[in-house]
Design a protein around this ligand. Structure first.
Ligand SMILES: *Cc1c(COP(=O)(O)O)cnc(C)c1O
Length: 392
């Protein structure tokens, strides 16, 4: 029986069911319940130009096709495309534009996205304006007649600022700009950009979607057939595609996505509340706290507030560094969204590619600490932080 995954069909199963089954039928030859890893570059043709839908694995690979169908179903999209990394997905989207085109982007972006915009595509004559999208009016002011793309990241990294996706999507519709949401921090389980009016939803599957810190990957989903066709053309023309083994690993990770996200959020909420009452902590940023300046928007736009927390200590930069290096259950590392908890200092690690001026302008303090809260027992996580505090 084929699972109904088209977003236009109201009989579509729930998210958890789609995560386990969408795009995946038992192998007709063997009954294998898991999709095969088609580790092949090419496909034999019985006659010239006659084939079974696959000719060459840059253009298409059956394992990748299963992942793409699954990702589309999760995001409530008609189409999904998988890439070799989140950055490859972002770069392929930017290749939709032409020299002279303009992009309005959130001012507190993933560090690698900044690098791609300012150090790669700015040299190809694209122009970028960075605005604080917590107020949609600023987006509207920044739009020019050459604006082709509005790039939202919400919540942002690392300050967890929110943009109102529906309000910005409305500006995109009125001005003729396409709206992209980098949905990596939320996953389609917690936030549904296409249902809020965005044209494209992008992920680094490296993070929560795969969730096990063993793959680099990316994806783009849309329900617009023309956009999909152009992006699929670019995916093949540029060639930044994932191998079948990585596609398979992401598929396996996604099966437990809903369970993992529930636990990430439960743990993060507890830790955020613990930190908020801690005498050494001057500021906790978490969209699930009433103290978050956009708590109402978070409650409206996100199903749950996610697994990322940022905090500042009442101590100098050296102490913040010692704190981050002094935990045992939280590992000191870049990246996020895996089952294991991670701690890092954005100014010295993930956001070191930003100039100090830009970091200051955006509000990324040198001593800011970012936590990616994993799915371990929350008591062990809190005890670990408590030990690190006691050494300050
Ligand atoms: C990691 C990340 C990216 C880039 O993805 P890669 O898979 O590392 O190329 C883009 N956006 C966000 C929000 C990320 O966290």
């Amino acid at each position: 029986m084929k699972l109904q995954t088209d977003p236009r069909d109201t009989a579509r199963p729930h998210f958890e069911t789609l995560a386990v089954h969408a795009g995946q039928d038992p192998d007709p030859a063997t009954g294998a319940i898991m999709p095969a890893i088609y580790q092949t570059s090419t496909y034999v043709q019985p006659d010239v130009g006659v084939h079974k839908g696959y000719e060459y694995s840059r253009t298409g690979n059956p394992t990748r096709s299963v992942l793409e169908a699954n990702l589309a179903a999760l995001e409530g999209a008609r189409f999904g495309l998988a890439f070799a990394s989140g950055c490859a997905a972002a770069a392929t989207i930017l290749h939709l534009l032409e020299a002279g085109d303009h992009v309005v982007a959130m001012d507190d972006l993933y560090g690698g996205t900044y690098r791609l915009f300012d150090n790669v595509f700015a040299q190809q004559a694209l122009t970028f304006s960075y605005v604080d999208m917590t107020d949609p009016a600023r987006v509207e002011e920044a739009v020019t007649p050459r604006t082709r793309l509005i790039w939202i990241e919400t919540p942002t990294n690392p300050l967890l600022k929110l943009a109102d996706i529906a309000a910005v999507a409305d500006i995109g519709r009125r001005t003729g700009a396409r709206v992209v949401v980098d949905n990596t921090f939320m996953t389609p389980y917690l936030q549904r950009p296409l249902e809020l009016g965005a044209d494209l939803s992008l992920h680094s599957t490296t993070k929560y979607l795969n969730g096990h810190s063993d793959v680099i990957g990316g994806c783009v989903m849309t329900s617009d057939p023309e956009l999909h066709e152009r992006l699929a053309y670019l995916q093949n023309a540029i060639g930044a595609v994932p191998g079948p083994m990585d596609a398979w690993l992401v598929l396996r990770g996604i099966k437990t996505l809903a369970l993992r996200m529930e636990r990430h959020v439960q743990n993060a909420q507890r830790i955020a509340e613990y930190l908020e009452g801690h005498p050494h902590v001057t500021r906790v940023i978490y969209p699930g706290l009433r103290s978050h300046p956009q708590f109402d928007l978070a409650s409206r736009q996100m199903r749950l507030p996610g697994g990322m927390i940022s905090l500042e200590l009442d101590a100098d930069l050296d102490a913040a560094r010692r704190f981050a290096a002094g935990t045992r259950v939280f590992s000191l590392a870049e990246s996020l969204g895996g089952v294991e908890s991670l701690i890092e200092i954005p100014a010295a690690m993930t956001h070191a590619a930003m100039t100090p001026e830009r970091r200051r302008a955006v509000g990324v303090a040198d001593g800011l600490i970012r936590l990616s809260v994993g799915i371990e027992h929350p008591d062990d996580l809190i005890a670990d932080l408590e030990t690190a505090f006691s050494r300050l």
